[in-house]
Design a protein. Structure first.
Length: 485
C-alpha cells in the first residue's frame, strides 16, 4: 500500500513523501468536473428522528454527545478499516465506514452532526492527507451532502468545542468509550469527568436498542439472507477446503468473501472449527485442516451496510454424513435448542431460555454417565457441573452489535422480560474435548453448537434463520443439494 501523512496537517509531510512544488500546488486544483448532486436520504433517516426523540426524553434539557470514534491504529501508520460506534450508527443512520471523527450532538431542541467535510481542491489536504484527502480516500461529503444523506443539520467539527461551550449551553453527557479526544473535551468543558452521568447515557443508548423497529427487523432479515449465501458457498466449497489443507482458513475466506460482497463485513470474526477445534469456543485462528470424517462448526454472520449482523452457527459433517456418535451429540443439542426456542416468548426471560436448554443438555449428560451428580442437581444453583461441557450462555441480544445492548442493566437483560420486537439468539452446545477423560470415548473430540436468530413476536417468536436446515437429515440433504451430489 502507499504511504502518506497520517495527520491532516499538510505541513508535516512524512519522510517518504516528496515535498510538493509551488508549480504543482498551482496546477493540481485546476480542470476538475463539478461534484455530483447531493445524495438521496439514507433509508434509515426515516427512523432516526424517532430514536433520537426517545433518547432526548430520557435526558430533558441536556446535550448528549455521541462520537462516531476515531480511526484505530492497526500498526505503525496503518489503521483498521473504520467502523462507527454502534450508538452513533443507530442514532445517525450512518453505516459502513461513515464517518470517522464525527460527533452527533442531540440537544434539547435540535440535533447537529459535526464532521470534517471535504475541502476545496486548493487545500493541500486534497493530495497530502491519507485520512481525509480526496486523492487518498475518494470524494468525501460536503456539509450539504451529509445533511441530505442524514437529514441532519451538519457543521464542521472545528465548531464543536465552541458550540458545546457557548453561554447558556445545556449540560453535557458523553459516550465515554467512543472517542477519547471528545471525552477529554467534554470533561474539560464541564470541569471534570462525570462518569456516573455518562454511564447512564451508555446504558440508555444500549437499552433503547433492545426492541427493534420495523426497519431494523428488515435489516436483520437482510443480514440473515446474506449469511445464508455465505453458508451455502462454504458448503459448496467443502471438498476444496479439504483438498487444499488449512481448510478452516479456506472456509473463513469463502464466508468473508460473501460478507464483503453482500454486506459491509463479517459481524464478528468467523469461527471455522474442524474436529476438536470446535471445543475451543472462540476458535478464530482457523488454521486447521478439515477432514472428511470430522464436523465443521461454523459460527459466522454477515453485517450489512447499516451494520446489523446475523449470528448463526451450524455444525456440519465435512464429508456430508454424520457418524452415529456425531449424530447422537447433535440430536441432544438440537433438542436443547428447540426447548430454548420454545421458551423464547413475550414475558419470558433470557434465563428461561437458558434454563430450558440446559435442562435438556444436563439430562443427556446424565444419561451418558458424564455427570457426578443428578441432572437436576447439576442445573441447580449450587451445581453447575454440566458447564464443563457447555460453559457459555444460551442467548443474547442481536442487532448492530453481535452481543447487542451489552450495557443494558441486568434487570433489563438477563432478568429482563422478553418483548415483541426483541431479537435474540438461541445457541446451546455440547463440547467434548479430545482430552476429556470424563467424556464417553466415542464422543471425545466432538463439539456441536446450533445457533439461530429469533424475533420475539406478540404470539411467540419467528425464526429469522428458518432457511438454515437444523435437523440432521435436513443438514445432510442441504449439503448434498448444494454440492450437487
Ligand atoms: Mn451468538
Amino acid at each position: 500500500m502507499t504511504s502518506a501523512d497520517p495527520t491532516t496537517d499538510p505541513q508535516k509531510l512524512p519522510n517518504r513523501m516528496t515535498p510538493f512544488s509551488e508549480a504543482f500546488k498551482e496546477f493540481i486544483p485546476q480542470g476538475w468536473a463539478d461534484y455530483p448532486p447531493a445524495p438521496a436520504p439514507l433509508p434509515a433517516s426515516a427512523w432516526t428522528e424517532a430514536r433520537r426523540a426517545k433518547l432526548r426524553e430520557l435526558f430533558p434539557g441536556e446535550a448528549l454527545v455521541l462520537p462516531a470514534g476515531p480511526y484505530r491504529v492497526r500498526s505503525n501508520d496503518c489503521d483498521y478499516r473504520f467502523r462507527p460506534h454502534s450508538a452513533f450508527a443507530h442514532l445517525s443512520g450512518l453505516g459502513t465506514d461513515l464517518e470517522p471523527d464525527a460527533v452527533l450532538v442531540i440537544g434539547p431542541d435540535d440535533t447537529v452532526l459535526y464532521f470534517h467535510p471535504r475541502v476545496p481542491r486548493t487545500d493541500p489536504e486534497f493530495y497530502t492527507s491519507s485520512r481525509y484527502g480526496e486523492m487518498w480516500v475518494g470524494t468525501r461529503p460536503s456539509l450539504d451532502e451529509m445533511a441530505a444523506l442524514t437529514q441532519l443539520d451538519c457543521r464542521p467539527i472545528e465548531a464543536l468545542k465552541a458550540d458545546l461551550a457557548r453561554v447558556g449551553a445545556p449540560p453535557l453527557r458523553v459516550l465515554r468509550d467512543a472517542d477519547p479526544a471528545v471525552t477529554a473535551l467534554v470533561d474539560v468543558l464541564r470541569d471534570g469527568p462525570a462518569e456516573d452521568k455518562d454511564r447512564e447515557l451508555a446504558v440508555a443508548v444500549s437499552e433503547m436498542r433492545l426492541v427493534k423497529d420495523a426497519f431494523e427487523v428488515a435489516q436483520m432479515e437482510a443480514a440473515v439472507a446474506a449469511t445464508k449465501v455465505g453458508f451455502d458457498a462454504v458448503i459448496a466449497d467443502l471438498p476444496e477446503a479439504v483438498r487444499r489443507g488449512r481448510g478452516e482458513r479456506w472456509v473463513e475466506g469463502i464466508f468473508g468473501l460473501h460478507a464483503r460482497h453482500l454486506g459491509n463485513a463479517v459481524g464478528y470474526d468467523t469461527i471455522a472449527a474442524g474436529g476438536d477445534h470446535a471445543n475451543t469456543l472462540h476458535w478464530i485462528r482457523n488454521d486447521g485442516d478439515l477432514k472428511p470424517g470430522d464436523l465443521l462448526l461454523l459460527d459466522a454472520g454477515v453485517e450489512v451496510d447499516t451494520l446489523y449482523t446475523a449470528d448463526v452457527t451450524r455444525t456440519l459433517p465435512v464429508g456430508g454424513r454424520f457418524s452415529p456418535a456425531q449424530r447422537e451429540v447433535y440430536l441432544a443439542v438440537l433438542e436443547a435448542q428447540q426447548a430454548g426456542i420454545d421458551a423464547a416468548r413475550p414475558g419470558a426471560t433470557h434465563k428461561d431460555i437458558h434454563q430450558a436448554a440446559i435442562r435438556v443438555v444436563a439430562r443427556h449428560l446424565e444419561e451418558w454417565g458424564c455427570l457426578p451428580v443428578s441432572a437436576e442437581e447439576a442445573v441447580g444453583e449450587d451445581g453447575g457441573q454440566f458447564r464443563r461441557w457447555m460453559v457459555h450462555g444460551t442467548s443474547h441480544h442481536l442487532g448492530i452489535d453481535v452481543h447487542d445492548c451489552a450495557q443494558a442493566r441486568n434487570e433489563h437483560y438477563r432478568e429482563g422480560t422478553l418483548e415483541p420486537g426483541m431479537i435474540v439468539t438461541v445457541e446451546p452446545g455440547i463440547y467434548f474435548k479430545a482430552t476429556d477423560e470424563l467424556a464417553p470415548e466415542r464422543f471425545r473430540g466432538i463439539g456441536v453448537r446450533i445457533e439461530d436468530d429469533v424475533l420475539i413476536t406478540e404470539s411467540g417468536n419467528r425464526l429469522l434463520t428458518a432457511a438454515f436446515p437444523r435437523d440432521p437429515d435436513a443438514v445432510e440433504a442441504w449439503i448434498a443439494a448444494v454440492q450437487g451430489a
